[in-house]
Design a protein around this ligand. Structure first.
Ligand SMILES: Cc1cc2nc3c(=O)[nH]c(=O)nc-3n(C[C@H](O)[C@H](O)[C@H](O)COP(=O)(O)OP(=O)(O)OC[C@H]3O[C@@H](n4cnc5c(N)ncnc54)[C@H](O)[C@@H]3O)c2cc1C
Length: 247
């Protein structure tokens, strides 16, 4: 980065909005609650995803109007036109039911990404927090970060391997004792000292959990608001619900 470019500038990129029909090429149960599905399609030849927290719309068949849900492009390989999406399996919903039973050869329509918000990899450290729905973005960010940059992750859910060049410190938190995700993550973060230097904090989880943790880190611990991003990736009791968390 040259001397005149300010550090830490998020860059917004627009992409041409396209729908693409994909075919399932592989399935793998990564952990008991997470199914990784590989897709291929010639229609992916001009697919781009510039940021780890991009989302694409997935269109699930319902018998009537398709149900649309947001998912993270976990990995894209332009050499083979293959896209990987990791699905957190939960009780019920068109996305989770489709993902639980998808087989090689099945097809799925996707749209997007429409745009990306690219957070530069020029911070001194990163702190990434979330639940299973955030783990695809967290895993992608950890994999993409530059060599040896400190990144700490706090995730409620089962541990999974992630290839990191960064200096990655994972904290995997197991649900127990009837505690909610907000309490578990808050307690884990309370024991974590924020490093010196400029850091970027990213949070995604159930909306009330993400809101609580953002407020704890910004208002309670003094982390700069502009160096943070938080999103509700789902809302308890509501289908197809998400929320960008700002003041
Ligand atoms: C930008 C973005 C990126 C996302 N990326 C991913 C991703 O890569 N992988 C991924 O798995 N999810 C991801 N999500 C979350 C996913 O879109 C939601 O979990 C979605 O609601 C799942 O749809 P569904 O059809 O399974 O359930 P819905 O029909 O939407 O909901 C049915 C019921 O299930 C509940 N519910 C929804 N999600 C969960 C959950 N995870 N755990 C427990 N209960 C739940 C709802 O509150 C509702 O009561 C992302 C969300 C956003 C906004």
């Amino acid at each position: 980065m040259d001397a005149v470019t300010p550090r830490h500038q998020t860059v917004r990129v627009r992409h041409e909005l396209k729908r693409r029909l994909l075919t399932v090429s592989s399935t793998e149960l990564l952990t008991p609650q997470m199914r990784r599905i590989g897709f291929t399609s010639p229609e992916l030849h001009d697919f781009t995803s510039a940021s780890f927290d991009d989302h694409i719309k997935l269109f699930f068949p319902t018998g009537g109007e398709p149900a649309m849900r947001d998912f993270t492009p976990r990995r894209f390989d332009s050499a083979t036109n293959s896209l990987t999406i990791d699905f957190a399996l939960h009780d019920a919903g068109p996305a989770t039911s489709w993902a639980a039973s998808a087989e090689v050869g099945d097809t799925l329509l996707i749209g997007g990404p429409r745009g990306s918000s690219v957070v530069p990899d020029d911070f001194d450290w990163y702190l990434l927090i979330g639940d299973e729905t955030a783990l695809p973005a967290i895993g992608r960010r950890v994999e993409e970060l530059r060599e040896n940059v400190p990144v700490t992750t706090f995730v409620v859910g089962d541990a999974q391997p992630i290839d990191a060049r960064a200096a990655w410190t994972p904290h995997w938190i197991t649900r127990h004792g009837g505690f909610g995700d907000a309490e578990l993550l808050h307690a884990a973060l309370a024991g974590h000292k924020l490093p010196a230097g400029d850091g970027f904090v990213w949070i995604a989880a159930e909306a009330s959990v993400a809101r609580h943790l953002r407020s704890y880190l910004i208002d309670g611990r003094g982390h700069p608001r502009e160096w943070s991003k938080a999103a509700g990736y789902w809302k308890r009791g509501e289908a197809d619900a998400h929320e960008k968390i700002e003041d």
